[in-house]
Design a protein around this ligand. Structure first.
Ligand SMILES: [Cu+2]
Length: 162
């Protein structure tokens, strides 16, 4: 009798410990999964009509919206998303820059550095005709348009989704 009694508290402690471990691990999962699902990623491919305009010829992924095959369309992006722009008109012929509403360069393919070049959080990657960045809240508050640094008529708005 005495032995059985002493076993019961040890057993209930074990069960409590297991429950606690189960709860804490599922709480971690619950935190991780929505974040992964909510961060969209998209690849936006641009082409050009001479020196007159950019067009968007393809969008793959989620979180980017624009009318395809029209001149200088507005592009809508979702904050928190990671976006790649493939400039098929050529980074050297039509350098693609991203600007704020004061027409200051934030980052892009022209030679001069922009205001956001050294902001680590946007994790800017530029390789050849490709630009990839994360649309942080800080960047979303600034980003206003895209433009060819050689041809000012090649320009469209960037709108931020709610
Ligand atoms: Cu151009």
């Amino acid at each position: 009798m005495k032995k059985e009694r002493s076993i019961i508290p040890i057993f209930s402690l074990l069960i409590i410990a297991l429950l606690f471990a189960g709860c804490s691990s599922s709480a971690t999962d619950a935190n991780d999964e929505p974040d992964m699902e909510e961060l969209p990623e998209a690849v936006i491919t641009l082409d050009n009509n001479g020196a007159q305009s950019y067009t968007i010829i393809n969008i793959e992924g989620e979180g980017a919206m624009a009318e395809l095959n029209t001149e200088n369309p507005a592009i809508t992006l979702v904050p928190g998303g990671r976006y790649s722009f493939v400039n098929e008109s050529g980074a050297s012929a039509h350098p693609l820059d991203f600007r704020n509403s004061d027409r200051q360069k934030l980052f892009g393919q022209s030679r001069m550095n922009g205001n956001f070049n050294d902001v680590d959080e946007i994790d800017l990657v530029m390789e050849g005709d490709l630009i990839t960045f994360t649309l942080t809240e800080e960047l979303a508050a600034e980003l206003a348009d895209y433009v060819c640094s050689f041809h000012p008529s090649m320009r469209g708005d960037i709108e931020i989704a709610d």
